[in-house]
Unconditional design. Sequence first.
Length: 375
Amino acid sequence: MTPQEVIPLARPVIGDRERELVDGVLRSRQLSLGPTVTEFERMWADRIGTRHAVACSSGTAGLHCCLHALGIGPGDEVITSSFSFVASANVIVYTGATPVFAEVDPLTFNMDPAAVEAAITPRTRAILIVDIFGYPADVPALVAIAERHGLAIVEDACQSIDGDFNGKKLGTHGHPAVYGFYANKQLTTAEGGVVLTDDDALYLLLKSLTNQGRSDDGAWLVHSRLGFNYRLSDVHAAIGIAQIERLDWMQDARARIAGRYQARMASVDGVTPMYEGPQRRSWFVYAPRLDPDLDRDAIIGRLEAEGVSAKPYLPCIHLQPYYRTDHGHAPGELPVTEEISASTIALPFFCEMTDEQVDRVCDTMERAIQAERAA
């Protein structure tokens, strides 16, 4: 039997328009600090409805700059989620502050507002919201908690590109929101990110911080504050402009593929499809849950053997080796988070995925589960 083609976990859409715009930047010889980045920022601000957008080298860089701009530092605590990519906590550690992990909601996988409020101490300075798997956290509830306790908010919307809560775009709720554009995201610049804000002063500060603390008036090689080398190049921005131009199509394609997955997985014994609640999900990954009796690693092995890529996704941040050895975390601290983390599995998911590929993944998953239970 001829081996079947491997279905990858992710695959970006790169076409003639991306090549055209990148070639235009290369021909211009203006590879950084040029007009393409400015245009990329303008397009994001216009799309989301914010006064400003600040491009940066990654979502991580954007989050770090936001916390730095707030003056978060040693002795401070920032409450966030452990069910996220490790960058959400790392950016807090970068400032010298301590990440405090709040328990998550078992349906949305986002931070439970009651758990966030319970985690507040006299040292708490901010809440770093995470919109995991493209589903928005309860932003109004978290904002209300922050206002009651005099805390700042930064939103990690890196997995919820173009997302919203109750139709109000993330980034327009009165605090900065950050998108990330890694190659598996809803939109990619290969590497990159953007911070969305309506705050004029924060905008100027972020523009300076991402460019080595360059003075606000842009004076040549005058640096008025400590900054970072977090610029986005014009080459990356050119890819992003082409991607924004087709973002509606890509979002629609992802939603269609997710709908097919949801319908098929609903009939697979041993799988719980992804949560679909009152808020719109900006589909980033397809990561359903496996029943607790199933050995996820064994299921992944069976899928991979049949050419279906799969990964355990996401590991808890507080149980990562660094956070256990250097920050003293241990299993059992966050039982809901840990149970979710132990059961979610990332399956192939990308804009150009065909119905036949989705069906093949689901059929293979069903066979893998049956074989594992019979073993």
